[in-house]
Design a protein around this ligand. Structure first.
Ligand SMILES: *Cc1c(COP(=O)(O)O)cnc(C)c1O
Length: 362
């Protein structure tokens, strides 16, 4: 097999061992004579897959019994609507922390269902780098029921690493591009949601970790397939779940457990990110515009000081087997997404390439 390293932001690289296993058992899963995507989601063997997947996620994230794990379709953008629809009535208020593209888009969507307050938290340091203001400076509204934020802005490569806390507010987090990258304290959150296609598995499934209290207390007239109390009542199988995505996500959870869980992967993720940022910081050609304390360990963005070299950089990287380094179109520049599945070797290969490129063209 030709070995390429895929730095795509999502859908993104999956662990090789997981793909091999799915490949091996695809035509005859569990010796049933057919593939897993051809069987009923209500069959006992599939229900076991769903249960194991949930239990492994619970183990990995240390999810307390006071929380329910739900899954549904519609991606993170589906949750942009589902959260206000489930938690609020039309004229109730919610706070939306704006740290970048995705959190801002959650705010825009919520306007259809509630009265959101936008809290801008990005500021620029004297050296021109982007950072996030202190929690104590966030202008939280007394009347808002929840506060929504995004701990990892996938497009900008900007993270809020500490976990915010606000008294008497439900904290809602869009963890799409950071879930399972490090241990977190679930108890601080009311709702955590994540589309699978960044750091979990194939697109098509969204995981929701929600405090049971909230399911009981709030339920609204949202579409049944996005309604938390209906999802809860039917164990996330009110309608047909994306069975293949669920199964493959389960294999990824098992893989994560087998390599040592979140403490271990966090160490590896920090090593990868540090290698890359350290190299960028000491290079002449590349720059990153995020303050150190807010740099993402999942999505590393950088620009070439000589923008005329952008196309050549991309073209040559592909020849080296380094895929999908082009940054998001709204920002330009480059982005290396180095989710859990990216081995340290892949990052080292990228740095070697960047170094050679710099030497040759500057
Ligand atoms: C990718 C992404 C989204 C959008 O996810 P969809 O599943 O395409 O709806 C939302 N938020 C964050 C943080 C993301 O990384």
């Amino acid at each position: 097999m030709n070995k390429i390293y895929n730095f795509s932001a999502g859908p993104s690289m999956l662990p090789h061992d997981v793909l091999l296993r799915a490949h091996k058992e695809f035509l005859n899963w569990n010796n049933i004579g057919s593939s897993i995507i051809e069987i009923s989601h209500r069959s006992s063997s599939f229900i076991k897959v769903a249960e194991n997947t949930e239990n492994d996620l619970r183990d990995l994230l240390n999810i307390p019994d006071t929380y329910k794990v739900l899954f549904c379709q519609g991606g993170a953008r589906g949750q942009f609507a589902a959260v206000p629809m489930n938690l609020l009535k039309k004229y109730q208020q919610a706070d939306y922390v704006n740290s970048g593209y995705w959190s801002y888009n959650a705010f825009i969507e919520s306007k259809k269902y509630c009265l959101p307050n936008l809290i801008n938290v990005v500021k620029y340091l004297k050296n021109g780098k982007k950072t996030i203001t202190k929690f104590s400076e966030w202008k939280v509204n007394k009347k808002s029921i929840y506060i929504h934020y995004c701990p990892n802005e996938t497009i900008e490569g900007l993270s809020i690493h500490e976990e915010p806390f606000f008294k008497n507010k439900i904290l809602v987090g869009d963890f799409s591009s950071t879930i399972l990258s490090k241990p977190i304290d679930i108890n601080k959150y009311g709702i955590i949601y994540a589309g699978a296609q960044k750091n979990i598995g194939p697109s098509g499934i969204t995981f929701i970790i929600i405090k049971k209290e909230i399911i009981k207390k709030y339920s609204n007239c949202s579409p049944s397939i996005l309604n938390y109390s209906i999802l809860d009542k039917y164990n996330s199988m009110f309608n047909t779940p994306p069975t293949f995505s669920l199964y493959l996500s389960g294999l990824v959870f098992k893989w994560l457990k087998s390599i040592g869980g979140l403490n271990k992967i966090y160490k590896i993720n920090k090593i990868k990110a540090n290698l890359l940022y350290d190299y960028i910081d000491k290079s002449y050609l590349y720059t990153n515009n995020i303050a150190k304390k807010n740099r993402s360990i999942m999505n590393v963005t950088f620009k070439l000081k000589n923008e005329k070299l952008n196309n050549l950089f991309i073209k040559n990287s592909v020849k080296q087997g380094l895929y999908a380094l082009k940054g998001h179109k709204i920002l330009g520049g480059m982005r290396a997404s180095i989710y859990n599945a990216m081995p340290i070797k892949g990052v080292k290969k990228l740095i070697k390439y960047m170094n050679k490129f710099e030497k040759k063209y500057t």
